[in-house]
Structures are given as C-alpha cells and as structure tokens.
Design a binder for this molecule. Structure first.
Ligand code: FDP
Length: 341
C-alpha cells in the first residue's frame, strides 16, 4: 500500500491551502527528525546507558532522567541552525533558549516537553515528546526575543503535536486543519501517514484519571467520577472503564484513537495548584483534541483561551469527548466558587 509521507503531506498542504509557510514545514521536518533520534535513544534503553536519574533537578524541582536531558539536547541541536526559529523553550530549561547569533533567525517560537511521562522510561512503558509552535510577535524582529514574547494563548498556536515512543513510534500532528498520524518506518527512516483526519469517537465509556489523588478533587470532579463508577445502576446508566498510564501522551493518544476523557484537575485543597504545564503540555494537546472534534478546558475556561503568565505555568486539564467534558463543566459550579473565593 502506497502511503503519504510526512514531507509529501506538508508539500501538498502547502499547495492546497497556501497557508503553510516553507519555514514552518522545515520546522516540523526538523522536530520530526529529532524525534527519530529520541526514539532511537529510548529504544536502546539499558544498552545505550540512557536509563535512570541524573543528580540534577529541572526548574520544577523534579529529578531529571538521563533521557530528559538527552532528548532536550537533541531537540535544541536539531532546531538551532535551520534559520526557522526565533527561540525555544522547554520543560527542562528554566528560561528561553535564544538562537545563537552565528545562525540566522526565523519567526517561529518552539516549545517542547522533550520526554513526557518520564516515570515510565525505566519500566519500558510509552513515553513521548510534545511540542507547540507559536509565531513571534511582529515587533520582535531585529530585537532580542524575551520570555514575554512566548506569553500567547494556545489559540495562537500555528502547529502542535507529539511523538509517542511505544510499540510503534508515531507522530501526531496538527497544522490547524485536522489531525494526522504518521508511523515511523524504522527501516526506511520515513514517517508515513497511517491515520487522518482523526475524529474523536463519541460516547466511549472510558475515563483516565489518577484515582490516588481523589483527596485533591473538587466536589464537581468527585461527583463526575462517582457517577461513572456507579455504572449501570447509577445516573449514567452504563458501565465505565478506567485507564491511566501516567504518560499524558499515551493517555491522550488512546483518547484520539478510541474516545474517552482525560482528567488531571487542579488541586481543590490548594486553590488551583495543578500538575500539567500549560504551554508545552496542555496547549498542544488541547489544540489536537479540538481539531479532532473534542473539547479541552481547565474546569473554568477553554484551555486555548488561558492567557499565560509564565513559561512553566501549570493548569488543570480536562479533555476529550465533548459531551463528557461538558458534563464535568456542568458540575463545575463548585470549581468556580473555589476560584473566586
Ligand atoms: P511526567 O511528570 O512523568 O512527565 O508531565 C506530567 C506527567 O508525567 C504526565 O505525562 C502524566 O499524565 C502525569 O505527569 C502523571 O502524573 P501522576 O504521577 O500523578 O500519575
């Protein structure tokens, strides 16, 4: 079967819409190439001496895994010299990474979580790379890029996606006109389209949440989950399944493929302290989910409308099947009360 490669897909998209700029195409190709190298490193595991922790912590105070740092370096190196970027930001770096003066600069800003779900690395479960692309403000050309230039809501993303390093290595991408999946042909080294435009199945009775954190949930989240756990005899009148892989990429990918809802709500007890990062986790995933016909909010508002206040800001995340996300929001009066108290 002849499949469309990532390169050809983007060239055809460029011809079709005239909106996809060659520099953005180069950026996506470069990120995809770096993801191939990351996939290779992940796949080597203990043989490549890439497993385990380093003695360092990242800006969030989390112990860095060797692969966090390796993947971060691979993405920085691959994207530094092509002339398509103004600057980069990563979960693993406290502040932004400007393009060194010896290289030409472009207009795009790239944000990434080099290895998402890193607690899974050492136990051989799926991890991934998440990325988001913004355009630098028009007045930024000719001056030094600042962190403030990144402070744009997710609705301004011009592209977003993730690579997932699981039984297969996949790249899932949106350029703002649908969501497409590419599988890495490891022998040939090319990304080949295997799904798309992807549409989220409605009515899947599956939710993903870390049940161990139930003491942090607001009354609205408790009610939503309790009603689903009540199954056929409860108000939903049907049985639900629960899945949790502790890797957002894997959980969101499952939802894109077969439906359901993912919840990592903000902590009710600590007035909204949350786990997931807005700019390089929640925003790209929210764009992908919306592009596939789903919804994404933080319990109060659409994630893509949140005005960021900081590079590493955290946000509650509820995403997936539109009806289910709306059901949580409908129970969300309590959440709103907490936010305004
Ligand atoms: P990780 O810190 O391992 O990279 O990014 C945050 C994240 O993983 C998500 O991928 C995942 O959904 C979540 O944390 C897992 O959280 P729990 O430890 O609460 O399960």
């Amino acid at each position: 079967m002849k499949r469309l490669t990532l390169t050809r897909f983007m060239i055809e998209e460029q011809r079709r819409s005239g909106l996809l700029r060659p520099e953005l195409r180069l950026l996506i190709e470069t990120v995809a190439r770096a993801c191939k190298s990351i996939s290779h490193a992940v796949g080597k595991g203990a043989l490549g001496e890439v497993l385990g922790n380093l003695a360092t912590e990242n800006v969030q105070g989390e112990v860095q895994k060797k692969l966090d740092v390796i993947a971060n370096e691979l993405l920085l190196e691959a994207n530094e010299w092509g002339g398509h970027l103004a600057a980069m930001a990563s979960e693993e770096m406290e502040t932004i990474h400007r393009i060194p003066s010896r290289y030409p600069k472009g207009e795009y800003l790239l944000l990434f979580d080099p290895i998402d779900g890193s607690s899974n690395i050492d136990v051989d479960l799926s991890v991934g790379t998440i990325f988001s692309v913004l355009t630098a403000p028009a007045d930024a050309s000719g001056r030094e890029i600042t962190e403030q230039d990144f402070m744009q809501p997710g609705s301004r993303q011009v592209a977003a996606g993730y690579a997932i390093y699981g039984p297969q290595t996949l790249l899932v991408l949106t350029l703002g006109t649908g969501v497409y999946e590419f599988t890495l042909d490891r022998e040939v080294g090319s990304w080949q389209m295997t799904d798309g435009p992807m549409r989220l199945s409605e009515g899947t009775c599956e939710f993903a949440i870390n049940m161990a954190r139930h003491q942090q949930w607001s009354p609205a989240i408790r009610r939503y989950i309790d009603e689903r756990l009540a199954g056929e005899d409860g108000p939903c009148g049907k049985d639900y399944n629960m899945r949790w892989t502790a890797s957002m990429v894997a959980d969101v990918h499952r939802i894109l493929k077969r439906g359901g809802i993912f919840l990592y709500p903000a902590d009710h007890r600590t007035s909204g302290k949350a786990r997931l990062r807005l700019m390089y986790e929640a925003n790209p995933m929210a764009l992908l989910i919306e592009q596939a016909g789903g919804a994404a909010n933080n319990g109060l508002e659409r994630i893509l409308d949140v005005e960021p206040q900081g590079l590493h800001e955290r946000v509650g995340v509820i995403l997936g099947d539109k009806k289910e996300v709306e059901a949580v929001a409908a129970y969300g009066l309590e959440l709103r009360e907490i936010a305004h108290s």
